[in-house]
Design a protein around this ligand. Structure first.
Ligand SMILES: Cc1cc2nc3c(=O)[nH]c(=O)nc-3n(C[C@H](O)[C@H](O)[C@H](O)COP(=O)(O)OP(=O)(O)OC[C@H]3O[C@@H](n4cnc5c(N)ncnc54)[C@H](O)[C@@H]3O)c2cc1C
Ligand SMILES: *[C@@H]1O[C@H](CO)[C@@H](O)[C@H](O)[C@H]1NC(C)=O
Ligand SMILES: *[C@@H]1O[C@H](CO)[C@@H](O)[C@H](O)[C@H]1NC(C)=O
Length: 569
């Protein structure tokens, strides 16, 4: 084993969202002395920054939690016990001011990251907003935490420039700017009970995901006419009553979702037998059905044109069915939903949008809730992306990998974009090609419905990896690549409709319902106990998962390291 590199070596953590904050915190606690967070924003929080959140924004985390173990979060007081954007922004600001004073550089945009030609480490260009200056910096190590939700993706024929060229009269902006444009939008679109000018045409929202749902509900509640146009809606879970913690905050949903390997007898029973499949189907069907019923959504309603909560990972937790939430408003017609349909372009009358079904929709404004592109393309030179092995690679047709799970029979069709590409990032944390270098990692590129928990465990994994701790790691890049390819093949089976390559900085790895199993994989890599919520062979699925169970990870890692060193000498 190589001697450990000095802890005084500089580390840049790029991004001050949840992934960047917890990564820097863990590295500092582990004794790395020169850790700096760089963010182009003026405040912490990323997606949850005070200048980005908007009224009506809630977390959709099925586990109902979104925090780190070292700081308690006030219980969600709001509707359906979901956290609001404000709750999140306040929490992340409190976290940064408690643990990261003086460690964050704000207003600095990073680009052109490349390997340093002299010495080692990473060189990058930094544009400093305050002084309007460009600088070059060098850091020995890098953790990229720029997330997958900061680079808007907009169809070329619908973006604001195209709208201007088509002389479209209303506001057109991406959902990312909703908070900043909200006042202008409310000023320019009158309430539908006031004068029937052409401005009282609806606000058209393009997209069916969480942003489209939150935003359309918000503007409808503000008395504006609104139409949502989308090929399909995100799935959701909801109930008339809150689910008890032993269901919602336990490993129960994880048990009913297959993982790449099945650790327990219960999982093997459920996912590899005929009876197991019956049970699993019954549970998911029940969850889907009871969620629709919570909002009285009829069988034939277009609101049921949604992704499958079992196969997909665009599922939002609504908590308790609220009468002012998207599904209630849509079911009662206060939000009109046109689906399946794509918006194609602006028409030349300057006041409408054309759909692929031929419909021409009057629009007073257009919100593009069309999702996000990878944040990595603007950070790196193409050459560096290749050297690192950061981007997805064309999938190898390796028919060796099979999972004879009964619960993977009858999947939806494999999307061509899903089939064609595979993630190149081992565990969603380090590009397989660069696994030997121990000077580069990514945090936050794994989809998880308990992001605080997964990002925290990942931060320990990254810190151990930088420290040179003894871990379960592939011995060579080729071995890392083979494992990454196997995982990619698995994800194509498990989530055939999710095109991970479209935004690798968000879906470098996916651990949706099975996030507890994924966390166990990371803990095992570090040689630490797994299945921390406890219980015996029958009760473990019902034990509540709590952030407290990982609050001593640093101490556990220190003790293990000391033991291994003592044994070796
Ligand atoms: C509207 C919305 C709602 C969401 N709701 C949920 C939810 O309810 N539950 C959930 O689990 N997930 C949700 N997500 C997904 C979201 O990705 C995660 O919740 C999480 O916030 C991501 O954190 P992150 O730290 O990885 O990235 P981000 O929060 O996006 O942080 C990225 C950071 O990188 C910085 N950055 C980016 N590029 C550069 C650059 N070139 N130079 C310098 N700095 C840079 C940014 O300034 C920012 O500080 C939502 C996303 C959106 C957009
Ligand atoms: C920390 O790292 C930065 C970037 O490489 C460097 O400019 C700075 O001098 C370092 N600080 C210390 C105290 O070593
Ligand atoms: C792999 O190749 C086999 C045989 O040519 C083919 O039937 C199968 O569809 C291919 N699979 C993928 C994922 O490309």
């Amino acid at each position: 084993m190589e001697p450990p590199r000095p802890k005084s070596e500089s580390i840049a953590v790029i991004g001050a969202g949840i992934a960047g904050l917890i990564t820097a915190h863990t590295l500092l606690r582990d004794g790395f002395s020169n850790v700096t967070i760089l963010t182009r924003d003026l405040v912490v929080g990323g997606v949850w920054a005070t200048d980005r959140i908007y009224p009506g924004l809630h977390t959709n985390n099925v586990h109902g939690e979104y925090r780190f173990s070292s700081l308690a979060m006030p219980a969600a007081g709001g509707v359906g016990a979901r956290l609001t954007g404000d709750d999140m922004a306040n929490y992340l600001e409190a976290f940064a001011s408690k643990f990261l004073q003086g460690k964050i550089e704000f207003g600095v945009e990073v680009s052109n990251i490349r390997r340093s030609s002299t010495g080692g480490g990473w060189q990058m260009d930094i544009y400093d907003r305050a002084s309007d200056e460009y600088k070059t910096r060098t850091y020995a190590r890098l953790v990229v935490c720029t997330g997958g939700c900061s680079m808007p993706r907009m169809p070329a024929r619908l973006n604001p420039d195209t709208a201007a060229a088509a002389h479209f009269k209303g506001l057109v902006f991406h959902s990312m700017d909703f908070g900043r444009k909200l006042q202008d939008l409310m000023d320019s679109v009158p309430r539908c009970d006031s004068a029937p000018t052409h401005e009282s045409a609806p606000i058209v929202i393009i997209g069916g995901g969480k942003s489209a749902q939150d935003i359309s509900a918000y503007v409808a509640n503000e008395g504006r006419k609104v139409v949502v146009v989308c090929p399909r809606l995100d799935a959701f879970t909801a109930g008339r009553k809150p689910l008890p913690d032993f269901v919602r905050k336990s490993r129960l949903t994880a048990l009913f979702s297959p993982h790449i390997h099945l650790r327990t007898g219960l999982e093997r029973l459920l996912h590899t037998t005929w009876l197991g499949k019956k049970l699993v189907d019954f549970v998911w069907h029940g969850l889907e059905e009871s969620s629709y019923e919570a909002f009285d959504i009829p069988k034939a309603s277009p609101l049921r044109n949604a992704v499958s909560p079992y196969w997909h990972c665009s599922i939002n937790d609504e908590g308790i069915a609220r009468s002012n939430g998207f599904h209630a408003l849509a079911a009662s017609g206060q939000v009109e939903v046109i689906t399946p349909a794509h918006a194609v372009c602006f028409s030349d009358d300057g006041r409408s949008v054309v759909l692929d079904n031929g419909q021409v929709l009057d629009a007073s404004a257009v919100v593009l809730a069309t999702g996000y592109a990878s944040s990595w393309t603007s950070l790196f030179k193409e050459k560096t992306i290749d050297e690192l092995g950061l981007n997805p690679h064309p999938a190898q047709n390796d028919t060796e990998h099979r999972w004879d799970y009964t619960t993977l029979s009858d999947p939806p069709a494999l999307r061509p974009e899903t089939k064609a590409w595979s993630s190149s990032i081992y565990r969603g944390l380090v590009p397989a090609k660069s696994i030997d270098n121990r000077d580069f990692a990514v945090n936050g590129a794994c989809v998880s419905p308990n992001n605080g928990y997964t990002a925290e465990v990942a931060s320990h994994w990254i810190s151990s990896y930088f420290l040179g701790d003894e871990m379960r790691l592939p011995r060579t890049p080729a071995e890392a690549f083979a494992e990454t390819e196997r995982v990619a093949a698995w994800l194509k089976r498990r989530h055939p409709e999710v095109p991970t390559a479209l935004n690798p900085s968000h879906t470098g790895h996916m651990a949706f319902w099975t996030w507890p199993q994924h966390v166990d994989d990371l803990l095992e890599d570090m040689g630490l106990p797994i299945m921390r919520s406890g219980g015996n062979a029958l009760t473990w699925p019902f034990k509540t998962i709590d952030l407290d169970e990982i609050k001593n990870l640093k101490i556990e890692r220190d003790e293990r390291r000391a033991k291994l060193i003592a044994r070796a000498s």
